[in-house]
Design a protein. Structure first.
Length: 335
C-alpha cells in the first residue's frame, strides 16, 4: 500500500509514473498549489478533490510496476505536425479478476472542461473501482490544446485508442469489439458524441455495448436556455467566437444544428446508465438525455444523488458512493 504520510507532490514525483504525472490534471501545475503538500487523506477531508486518490495512486503504481501500462496515441512525427497531440495517451489498468477477459472492457474518459483532463480524480481512482468489479479499463488522456475543431480531434483520439486496443487485443486480454464507454462532464459529452455519426460510425468501429455518462454536458440548446450571466459580467463576442471555433470549428448556433447537440442525434446510442447529483448545474442535461433515450426505447438508468454537486468522481464519501458497481450490475442485468 502507498505510504499514507506522503503528500500529493511526493506521490506524483515517483519515478515509476513520470510519463503520466504531468497529466494528473493536464495543463495545471499542481506544484504551485496548496494541494501539492497535502496527503490524499487531507485532500479528501478538506474537500480539495473528490474521490479516493490514494487508491488511484496505488492502482497506477501497480500497473507501472509491470512496465506495460502507458501508450502514446500519436507518433513523434505526428506530434511534430501538431503539438496538441503530444502526450495524448492511453493508460492500461487491467483487472486481476480472471473473468474480466470475458467481459467488455471500459474506455474511461475523464472530464476537465476541455481545458484540463482530471486523471487524478476521474481517471485512476475510478479505474481502480471498475477493476475491483472485474473489468479491464483503459483511460484516455485526450487533446485539450489547439485552436480549432477540438471536439472532432477528440473523436480521433478515442478512435486511436480503440484501434490500438484492436491491434493488441490478445496482449490486452480483451475482445476489441466489446466495450463500454464511461465519461465525466466534458468526457461525458465526448462519449455521447461518440454515439452519434461523429463517433464510432465515422471510424467504422463497433458500437459500445453500453455508455455511462457521469454528470455529462450534452445539449448546447439547454446550456443557452439556462445561461445566466454573473453580476457585472460583460459580453465579449470575439472571445466567444474564438471559443466556438476552438471547440466546434463553427459558430455556436451552427453547432446546435450538428451532432454536438447529441440528444437530437441519439438513435445510435447504446443502453446508458447516467449518474448525477441534485445540486449539479448540469442536472438538466442528464434528465434531457434520459428522456430522449426513453422516447427512443433505448434502455436507460438515471440515478440522481439527493445532495451534492458536480465532480463527485468515484463517489467516495458521498451519497452516490458505489455507483460504479451499480452501473455494471445494471449493464449485466440487461442480458
Amino acid at each position: 500500500m502507498i505510504d499514507e504520510r506522503k503528500t500529493l507532490g511526493e506521490l506524483l514525483s515517483d519515478p515509476r509514473i513520470r510519463k503520466i504525472a504531468p497529466d494528473a490534471i493536464r495543463n495545471r501545475d499542481l506544484s504551485r498549489e496548496e494541494v501539492w503538500n497535502k496527503t490524499p487523506a487531507q485532500l479528501q477531508d478538506e474537500h480539495f478533490f473528490f474521490g479516493d486518490i490514494g487508491r488511484g495512486f496505488q492502482r497506477l503504481y501497480d500497473a507501472a510496476d509491470t512496465g506495460d501500462w502507458y501508450y502514446p496515441l500519436y507518433s513523434e512525427a505526428e506530434c511534430a505536425e501538431d503539438e496538441a497531440r503530444r502526450n495524448v495517451n492511453m493508460v492500461w489498468l487491467p483487472s486481476d479478476d480472471p473473468k474480466a477477459d470475458e467481459k467488455p472492457f471500459i474506455l474511461l474518459v475523464p472530464g476537465g472542461g476541455f481545458v484540463n483532463v482530471w486523471n487524478l480524480t476521474e481517471g485512476w481512482p475510478v479505474a481502480a473501482q471498475f477493476n475491483s468489479e472485474g473489468y479491464h479499463v483503459f483511460i484516455v488522456t485526450y487533446q485539450v490544446d489547439g485552436e480549432e475543431r477540438l471536439l472532432e480531434k477528440n473523436m480521433v483520439d478515442m478512435a486511436r485508442a480503440l484501434q490500438l486496443i484492436r491491434e493488441k487485443e490478445k496482449h490486452f486480454h480483451v475482445q476489441a469489439g466489446r466495450y463500454i464507454t464511461c465519461g465525466f462532464s466534458a468526457g461525458g459529452m465526448l462519449i455521447c458524441l461518440w454515439n452519434t455519426e461523429m463517433g464510432y460510425p465515422a471510424f467504422s468501429l463497433p458500437k459500445p455495448q453500453a455508455s455511462f455518462p457521469i454528470y455529462p454536458f450534452v445539449s448546447l440548446r439547454l446550456a443557452e436556455e439556462e445561461y445566466v450571466p454573473e453580476e457585472g459580467e460583460e459580453e465579449n463576442p470575439e472571445e466567444d467566437e474564438r471559443e466556438d471555433m476552438r471547440l466546434y470549428g463553427c459558430p455556436f448556433t451552427e453547432a446546435m444544428e450538428k451532432a454536438y447537440e447529441s440528444p437530437e442525434h441519439a438513435e445510435g446510442f447504446p443502453p446508458c446508465a447516467i449518474f448525477v447529483m441534485a445540486g449539479d448545474d448540469l442536472l438538466g442535461h442528464s434528465k434531457l438525455l434520459a428522456r430522449t433515450l426513453e422516447k427512443l426505447q433505448i434502455p436507460c438508468r438515471l440515478e440522481i444523488g439527493p445532495e451534492g454537486g458536480h465532480g463527485f468522481a468515484d463517489g467516495t464519501g458521498t451519497c452516490i458512493a458505489g455507483w460504479t458497481e451499480r452501473a455494471v450490475r445494471w449493464y449485466e442485468g440487461l442480458k
